[in-house]
Design a protein around this ligand. Structure first.
Ligand SMILES: [Zn+2]
Ligand SMILES: [Zn+2]
Length: 146
């Protein structure tokens, strides 16, 4: 694992698991992340995706770059009708990402906030491309909907 934080606050990682440390640091001062789950394609097992987000609406979807499988992330399907999705794009122009979701958990153990973190495969830059407060009644399998 190699995580570097540069002066201008750009985080870079060399592998998908570096998103864990990035999310922990990114959220430490606001809503500490209690759990990180990495996205893995249910059909082919691949872990690299193109990602579509509407950060205002709180919607994200991912497309497996090996087999083309498309999935809504988290409870996005419930809000997709109102969404205007745009492709997530790294400042370098890269659109191929490792994907992980950081879950903030409240005192009762319920998920209160979700953060969608991506690591660009081209240059390793990591960022949170969408985050939103979780509905009061999330799906029971929310942590599996990454
Ligand atoms: Zn796949
Ligand atoms: Zn990049």
């Amino acid at each position: 694992m190699t995580v570097t934080e540069r002066a201008e606050d750009v985080w870079r990682g060399t592998e998908a698991s570096d998103l864990d440390a990035f999310l922990a640091a990114y959220c430490a001062d606001t809503r500490p992340v209690g759990r990180v789950v990495h996205a893995v394609c249910a059909l082919c097992g691949n872990g690299v995706f193109a990602v579509l987000v509407d950060d205002a609406e709180g919607v994200a979807g991912r497309v497996c770059l090996r087999c083309g499988d498309r999935r809504w992330m988290l409870d996005s399907a419930d809000h997709a009708d109102a969404a205007a999705l745009v492709p997530a794009e790294c400042p370098c122009g890269g659109e191929d990402f490792d994907v992980a979701v950081g879950f903030s958990v409240d005192a009762r153990g319920a998920v209160s906030y979700v953060h969608i973190a991506l690591r660009c495969l081209a240059d390793g830059t990591m960022g949170v491309y969408a985050d939103w407060p979780q509905d009061s009644a999330p799906p029971a399998d929310l942590l599996a909907l990454v």
